[in-house]
Design a protein around this ligand. Structure first.
Ligand code: GLA
Length: 687
């Protein structure tokens, strides 16, 4: 069952706070914590994420008293709770009683206890205990007025997204039986006549382990689907319990941005609020660009409704090889970027920096120096600013462009070695296409390949390797009704069982796009072909294609080098009231910007004449007001032209026609809601 009307979180402000681990501290510290939380403006904390062993010290022996007191102290301080079901990691006593619940890696090695997530997602023992713990938590605390949100488990798949143990193998077989019915169905789906892999009994079927050579690609793809589904089932076990005991409380589980291992479209169907953990690397001056795509996904997972940034670092993390702190102002703009993209708040991992354990060097709102720490001053200042932005709570991002995210295509192009090239990265393509639209001034939503597309003037599909008839029909209907579509290389290649569509790529998209791909023509490492588009020449590294354009498609750009010299590289076909573009190459970032500029114009959408990847503008709107966030992620001031009569919610009031945004500066411009969202451009006076 999915939830059409999500439950809302009972919070009358933008959420601000973080993970709280009071069981790492003596009780006296809790009171100090609440005092400082109040000083910083914290209104929501997440706990007790990893505390199962402290809450159930032996089978059936619960130690609720400490958590009772923590919750009461928080409540007395006016702080609300995102209550974790505490099932992120099993207690040692459970693991030792049931060692079979530990996960195995692909080489058949059992992963030991000593970190976290030490469980096989398919383990019946784990599932039974998880349901029991979720029920115990819900019955104990579900009615407490401080509890406003359920935090189920923690970052599913972060450490163990796939398991190869015997229990998982049995579960995989059941999953395949559900999907294909019988062995004939499986043999047909997996195309077993290639390399002689016919199965004559279910017991012969195994998860794809390390084998003598390249493994059957459909087996690999099905194992990815299964792995995502196994964790989804685990999530749903807890969701069902929580819905039964506390039907009025909203449920979430924290996502990990654009995360390969889990199909978040399907996860989001079973939660009320999408939450995300975002850790853009401060060492990467362009980290805000993929972050914008991640946030575009988060707001799109439930059709544009606000989501919540549940974790970010106040400064450095402790899990990269080199953990660079956030320079003054960086945490602020990163937080406000998430709010710009639809997050109803900004939360952190974690409130108080640990003194011991794996995360003692991970920054926190309250650093090792306590109230004197820079992170405390900066996060408290952010808390004050979020109050000034109260009006944006609930407002929705106005985006007219959507990018198709399809986990099947991502998995299928990354799970197998048996491809024309290993270099066509699904995620890189998605990021590159997004980056071009971002540079041209657009905040990009994401969407499934089956839509809904109706609120978008432009839909881009960087890669849809796996394409079925329903997706093709939805894309065709969108274009027929007047939409503009742009499809990237190696799309429409195979069906859901990874069989090449009859006649080759782009398969069911062939008529819509008006092209046939004769052969993909990957480019050797370190070299590039070239494309000429509108007088400019652009590199095509990684991938090109031998394309035959049909008579009803026009060739917009051609290759100018190599074997494909003179052949079509980019095509456009009019269909119904719309138009469909095809790009038969991977192009360098400047080429994608040039292409997207034309595609945007074709869709009737504006594009920035001059681009600056550090400038980002996003508009959230409610019924009456547009709130346009202008963010300067760079180290130099930018000057932008802004609508007349705008008021900067973070500034001193009305803004004149030009706005100078300092390095790492943010303005939030309130204007009466327009027919179109304000389109902010770099001013001519910017150097
Ligand atoms: C993840 C986890 C947190 C913490 C942070 C550190 O997001 O959910 O428990 O480990 O990473 O960055």
């Amino acid at each position: 069952m999915t939830d059409a009307t999500p439950r809302r979180i009972r919070l009358d402000a933008l959420a601000f706070g973080g993970d709280y681990n009071p069981d790492q501290w003596p009780e006296a510290v809790w009171h100090e914590d609440v005092r400082l939380m109040r000083e910083a403006g914290v209104n929501l904390v997440s706990l007790p994420v990893f505390s199962w062993p402290q809450l159930e010290t032996a089978p059936g022996v619960y130690e609720w008293a400490w958590l009772d007191r923590v919750i009461d102290v928080l409540w007395a301080g006016g702080i609300r709770i995102d209550l974790a079901t505490a099932t992120a990691t099993p207690p040692a006593w459970l693991v030792r009683a049931h060692p079979e619940m530990l996960p195995w890696d692909a080489d058949g090695r059992r992963l030991e206890f000593g970190s976290r997530q030490a469980y096989c997602p398919s383990s019946p023992v784990w599932r039974e205990h998880v349901a029991r713990m979720a029920r115990a938590m819900a019955e104990r605390y579900g009615q407490h007025p401080a509890v406003v949100l359920w935090h189920v488990s923690n970052e599913y798949g972060d450490h163990v997204a796939r398991c190869w143990c015997p229990e998982s193998a049995a579960h995989f077989r059941r999953w395949l039986q559900d999907r294909y019915g019988d062995l004939d169905g499986l043999n047909e789906a997996w195309g077993v006549n290639v390399w002689g892999q016919r199965y004559t009994a279910w017991e012969q079927v195994e998860p794809p382990r390390r084998a003598t050579g390249p493994v059957n690609p459909t087996q690999l793809l099905d194992f990815e689907r299964f792995g995502s589904d196994a964790l989804l089932e685990l999530f749903r076990i807890e969701v069902d319990v929580l819905r039964e005991v506390t039907p009025e409380l909203p449920v979430t589980t924290n996502f990990m941005s654009l995360f390969r291992e889990l199909d978040y479209w399907r996860f989001a169907e079973h939660e009320d609020l999408v939450t995300d953990d975002a850790y853009p690397d401060p060492a990467d001056p362009r980290a805000h660009v993929p972050a914008a795509l991640n946030y575009g996904l988060m707001r799109s997972l439930k059709g544009g409704q606000p989501w919540l940034l549940l974790e970010q670092a106040a400064s450095a993390v402790s899990w990269r090889d080199v953990n660079v702190p956030k320079a003054p102002g960086r945490m602020r703009i990163d937080s406000l970027q998430a709010v710009a993209h639809g997050s109803d708040g900004a939360m952190f991992f974690q409130w108080r920096q640990a003194r011991y354990g794996q995360e003692k060097f991970h920054s926190a709102m309250l650093g090792h120096r306590g109230e004197s720490s820079r992170t405390f001053r900066e996060t408290a200042a952010l808390g004050r600013e979020l109050k000034r932005l109260a009006a944006v709570r609930g407002a929705r991002v106005r985006s007219r462009v959507a990018l198709v995210v399809d986990w099947d295509s991502w998995w299928a192009t990354s799970a197998t070695e048996s491809l024309p090239s290993q270099r066509l990265g699904w995620l890189q393509q998605a990021r590159d296409w997004h980056a071009a639209l971002h540079a041209l001034g657009h905040a990009v939503d994401t969407v499934r390949a089956t839509g809904p597309f109706d609120r978008y003037d432009l839909v881009v599909v960087p890669n849809l390797y796996v394409t079925d008839d329903a997706q093709a029909a939805a894309l065709e209907a969108y274009v027929a009704a007047g939409g503009t579509l742009a499809v990237g290389p190696f799309s429409g290649v195979v069906d859901r069982t990874e069989k090449v569509h009859p006649g080759g790529a782009p398969g069911p998209l062939r008529d819509l796009l008006g092209v046939e791909v004769d052969e993909p023509w990957p480019v050797p490492d370190g070299s590039a072909e070239q494309i000429e588009l509108g007088g400019g020449r652009y590199d095509a590294p990684v991938w090109t294609e031998w394309i035959e354009a049909r008579d009803d498609a026009s060739v917009v750009a051609a290759f100018t080098t190599g074997v494909l010299d003179g052949r079509p590289a980019i095509t456009r076909r009019e269909h119904g009231s719309g138009r469909a573009w095809y790009l038969g190459a991977v192009t360098a970032p400047d080429g994608l910007v040039a292409l997207m500029r034309r595609v945007l114009a074709d869709a009737g959408l504006p594009a920035r004449e001059r681009t600056d990847p550090d400038l980002e503008t996003v508009t959230r709107a409610d019924e009456h007001t547009d709130y346009t966030f202008v963010l300067n992620h760079g180290a130099r001031a930018v000057t932008v032209d802004v609508p007349d009569g705008a008021t900067d919610l973070l500034g001193d009031g009305p803004v004149r026609a030009q706005l100078v945004v300092p390095p790492l500066g943010v303005a939030v411009l309130a204007t009466p809601r327009g027919a179109e969202p304000p389109f902010i451009t770099l001013s001519d006076t910017t150097e």
